[in-house]
Design a protein around this ligand. Structure first.
Ligand SMILES: [Fe+2]
Ligand SMILES: [Fe+2]
Length: 156
């Protein structure tokens, strides 16, 4: 998990904006943090895969606010994130599913297969909404602190 979090490529996502003033890095940390917070209440989640998949779910590595990419981004970035994740890390079946399916139902035929994928799919929408409406504001440092805290509690 920390192998991904502190990797050069993951850290490079600090430069890209996701929603409002939240970076892709902070967004991914928060999705991982909130997913772990929910998962720890149940004992039925593979928390290591959950955290790793959540961190990589938007690992597309470009600025999606560029005009040309805007319309296609929603449909294509989950696959780009999957290809990038595979290139830079070893990812298991659950992690791959989390990344590839997190945009469902927009990507209609990519239905999540694992409970970890369903959780990230839902938490991603919640975090995205809160960020877009500026209900929750967090910078990179706050997001990484929250995630570190969650990781310690679930011992990933
Ligand atoms: Fe996404
Ligand atoms: Fe996301």
């Amino acid at each position: 998990m920390r192998e991904i979090l502190y990797s050069e490529k993951m850290q490079s996502t600090r430069q890209y904006t996701q929603h409002a003033k939240v970076s892709v890095f902070a967004h991914c940390c928060m999705v991982a943090h909130v997913s772990l917070q929910i998962a720890k209440r149940f004992k039925r989640f593979d928390v290591e895969s959950l955290a790793r998949g959540a961190l990589l779910h938007d690992f597309f590595l470009y600025d999606w606010h560029g005009k040309k990419l805007l319309y296609l981004h929603g449909y294509k970035h989950s696959n780009t994130a999957y290809i990038n994740s595979k290139k830079h890390f070893y990812i298991n079946e659950i992690e791959a599913d989390i990344i590839k399916k997190h945009m469902w139902p927009l990507t209609l035929f990519k239905l999540p297969r694992f409970r970890e994928s369903w959780l990230v799919c839902g938490v991603d929408k919640l975090c995205s909404l809160c960020e877009t409406l500026r209900i929750l504001r967090y910078d990179d440092e706050k997001a990484i602190k929250l995630l570190e805290n969650s990781m310690q509690k679930v011992k990933t």
